[in-house]
Design a protein around this ligand. Structure first.
Ligand code: NDP
Length: 456
């Protein structure tokens, strides 16, 4: 597998990177394992918290440089890349400030004589496999909490964002993190499996597709390694009959087109009450028609190219299949006359349940819109999915929206708002969207040994 940056706006091959050698892998495992034992012996949590704060500073100072690298690697809008770098700084800061409190022992009332408590200890090296769509944030979600815990991390990043992965590690090292706390290796799939098999590795975290997740989860299961899987989604955006259509229209297009639609939690299925359906479609169309494709570095551009030729071609064939099976193109699906990997924002309607599109995650700027005649029909349709990541409910009354939200079978639902990822909010799904949580205290505990100690 070639690690290569191909700028999706210009199609220029920017740089190719050689794969890691066996010696590099062995050296990384040895250094990280020594660091783990050193951290276990000398409680360096306070020191690590300070370094995490330095990392937050380092990310803020390098914001523009890091953002530019991400734009070159995978094409996202420069201003969105800057926002991603800021979010990374917030995550580092959050775990620096709150990590020690979360990792305090929890006392337990026991009827046995003696005192009991659950202590929280590091477990060893974590193998993290991360995708290209947020090439910094995805890494930070696993790195920051585990750095606080004292679990060193080996990173295998997506093969099309090697520049971002290198830049991330450079920033972390510049901030004073010891060598071995985060090592980026350009690994083939077999090498990832070999690392997972190594007894010094105690956890595996993957964000990516169902296919990639399954392979890596099988490797982890074979060696009985705890793992977290953050996979795809077919998130529903439910518009109830009393929703404020102005608010709906403003959020709907943004949630679908942010990051050129390449977000696991972006709304992919808009499920709209019959009384608002026509209005919703015409508003969404107007918003989609107003986007400006172009150079992602320019502030005036509002539609980024997709991350690669392969991704664009996959989306093209998914849309073609949807149409062949009866979907109606309400808007879009025409070529954009630019050399980059642009996909015109597209609205599909009339997708019935036999259409493969009904069960296909379209990872790009394509909205599926469904009309429903009742709230219960909306809930049933939202839950008729193998995925269970997130979702949005728009309701006239937010409390009622929250009641509907709790009937949606996913890991996260936002009411009357854009679905945001913040360090204090647990992130993750159920069903084929994976298992485990990242961020927040729940994410912090993913690879912690919650050890019971009972004193007589
Ligand atoms: P992939 O699963 O192909 O890639 C994600 C990462 O996994 C990459 O680093 C990839 O490496 C690696 N990988 C894939 N297969 C294996 C394997 N067998 N062994 C080891 N590593 C492997 O996902 P996509 O690039 O297709 O990313 C988009 C998908 O990710 C979407 O389905 C999306 O929904 C999901 N996603 C989920 C998120 C979440 O938080 N739940 C967030 C973002 C995306 P390489 O690049 O070298 O192939």
């Amino acid at each position: 597998m070639a690690y290569q940056t191909v700028n999706p706006y210009t199609n220029e091959v920017v740089k190719t990177y050689p794969n890691a050698t066996t010696d590099q892998i062995n050296a990384a495992l040895a250094v990280s394992d020594n660091l783990y034992h050193e951290w276990r012996k000398n409680d360096a949590m306070e020191k690590r918290a300070k370094i995490l704060l330095n990392i937050a500073d380092e990310f803020r100072q390098r914001k523009n440089q890091l953002a530019r690298i991400a734009v070159t690697d995978m094409g996202k809008l420069y201003k969105e890349a800057q926002g991603e770098v800021e979010l990374c700084a917030m995550i580092a800061e959050y775990f620096a400030k709150h990590g020690a409190e979360m990792l305090k022992p929890t006392p337990i009332q026991t009827i046995a004589t003696g005192e009991a408590e659950v202590q929280k200890h590091a477990t060893g090296i974590i193998m993290a496999v991360e995708p290209w769509n947020f090439p910094y944030y995805q890494i930070m979600r696993v790195f920051a909490p585990n750095f606080m815990v004292g679990n060193p991390m080996i990173l295998k990043d997506a093969s099309n964002t090697p520049g971002s992965a290198e830049a991330f590690v450079n920033a972390v090292q510049e901030a004073g993190a010891p060598i071995g706390s985060l090592t980026n290796l350009f690994l083939g799939y077999d090498q990832v499996s070999e690392i997972i098999a190594d007894p010094r590795v105690q956890g595996v975290a993957l964000t990516g597709s169902e296919r990639g997740g399954r392979s890596v989860a099988v490797a982890a299961a074979e060696h009985l390694k705890k793992n977290t899987m953050e996979l795809g989604g077919m998130d529903a955006f439910i518009v109830l009959e009393d929703a404020d259509i102005d608010e709906v229209a403003e959020i709907a297009w943004r949630t679908r087109l942010y990051n050129a639609g390449q977000v696991c939690t972006s709304s992919k299925r808009f499920i709209v009450a019959a009384n608002l359906y026509d209005e919703f479609l015409s508003r969404l169309k107007a918003k989609f028609a107003a986007v400006v494709p172009g150079d992602p570095m320019k502030a005036s551009t509002t539609l980024a190219p997709m991350n690669s030729k392969k991704a664009k071609e996959k989306l093209q064939s998914q849309v073609a299949e949807a149409i062949a099976n009866g979907a109606n193109v309400y808007y879009g699906n025409e070529p954009i006359d630019l050399p980059g990997q642009f996909f015109m924002p597209t609205i599909l309607t009339d997708i019935d349940k036999n259409n493969p599109a009904f069960r296909t995650e379209m990872f790009g700027p394509v909205a599926q819109v469904y009309k429903v005649n009742s709230e219960s029909e909306a809930i049933d349709l939202a839950n008729d999915s193998e995925f269970g990541l997130g979702g949005i409910v728009f309701a006239g009354d937010a409390d009622h929206g929250a009641e509907v939200a709790s009937q949606i079978e996913t890991g996260m639902v936002f009411v009357n708002n854009f679905m945001a990822s913040l360090p204090e909010l647990p992130f993750g799904g159920i069903k084929k969207s994976g298992y485990g949580r990242e961020m927040s205290e729940l994410g912090m505990m993913a690879f912690v040994n919650e050890q019971l100690i009972v004193k007589a």
